[in-house]
Ligand binder design. Structure first.
Ligand code: GLN
Length: 302
């Protein structure tokens, strides 16, 4: 199969959908993103890397970072599962409503509430949660320039009333180990990392390799990698995870910067980016491109 040609076809088929989305502006620094930017990259476990469109342009990875915080936290043991669930929430990514009925245990690690708990765990484990994510991304992508955009991180902190509210609410149930301000600082800093489709496709390959890193070392056991992929499938795109599984048929993680990283276990990864989002906060162009690609190639898990 000519993978580059399939990427180009998926990219061309999805481009018209960009006009139906809206760039996130609740974090003001993200509002300046170009709604017509659009890229698609693929990396295989055999070492092939292909891309089309703006696949080498840096963007704000936002919640795609939550995949990496979870992997790094789980690499040290299962303890985090006592503090966060693994059921789809059916509510928006920044919702607080379930926290009260679930006694401060977020439904899953990919909604904001869950990611704050995982970031807290990683901060306890490493002393520098955002730094651990950044170093992992640099090592796996081979891009040493990959870094946090401090303007985006500051913008999110300044307008982060909702995340501050949910973090304090979680803390009120005793489910944070570190001060709220420190946890949020690391959370904003890993969300504000900038990377390209190419970088993220390469960085996600450990999940396609069933837990094995670029250098051949193992981050996760085969079974842990399976579990992360399962939670990505059921929770990685929030209250649209059912629709994403239906259309794309892959584990995937989205972010409000417009990126989606999807895993094809045993084969490779795909990363699509287009800043215009649907109402669930997922990139319309990225979902459409992944849908077109898996439909044409059969590269889904189903
Ligand atoms: N940093 C963003 C926030 O906390 C991440 C949300 C997202 O990408 N879905 O709102």
């Amino acid at each position: 199969m000519d993978l580059r040609r399939e990427l180009q076809r998926a990219h061309d088929a999805a481009r018209p959908t960009l006009a139906t989305g809206r760039v996130a502006d609740y974090i003001p620094a993200l509002g300046a993103a170009d709604p017509n930017a659009f890229g698609l990259a693929l990396a295989t476990v055999d070492g092939e890397v292909h891309g089309v469109g703006d696949w080498q342009t840096d963007f704000s990875i936002q919640s795609v970072s939550k995949l990496f915080t979870l992997a790094l936290a789980l690499a040290t043991g299962e303890a985090v599962w006592h503090r966060v669930g693994r059921e789809p929430s059916g509510t928006p990514f920044n919702s607080l409503v379930q926290l009260e009925t679930e006694h401060g245990i977020p439904r899953n690690p990919f909604i904001n509430a869950g990611a704050v708990v995982v970031t807290d765990r990683l901060l306890t484990l490493t002393g520098d949660a955002a730094g651990a994510v950044r170093e992992f991304l640099r090592a796996e992508s081979g891009n040493p320039r990959l870094d946090t955009d401090l303007v985006v991180a500051a913008s999110e902190a300044e307008h982060g009333h909702r995340n501050a509210a949910l973090a304090h609410f979680i803390a009120s149930y005793g489910n944070l180990e570190n001060p709220v301000e420190a946890v949020l600082g690391h959370y904003y800093a890993h969300c504000a990392i900038t990377a390209s489709c190419r970088d993220l496709a390469l960085a996600g390959l450990f999940l396609a390799r069933h837990g094995v890193r670029r250098n051949g070392g193992r981050l996760l056991s085969r079974s842990e990698a399976k579990r992360i992929n399962a939670v990505l499938l059921t929770c990685g795109t929030y209250d649209a995870a059912g629709e994403f599984a239906y259309r794309v048929g892959l584990p995937g993680k989205s972010g409000v910067g417009g990126g989606i990283l999807a895993v094809v276990p045993g084969r490779g990864t795909l990363c699509a980016w287009g800043p215009a989002l649907d109402r669930a906060g997922n990139s319309v162009g990225a979902v459409a491109a992944l849908d077109a690609f898996t439909t044409a190639t059969g590269w889904s898990i189903f």
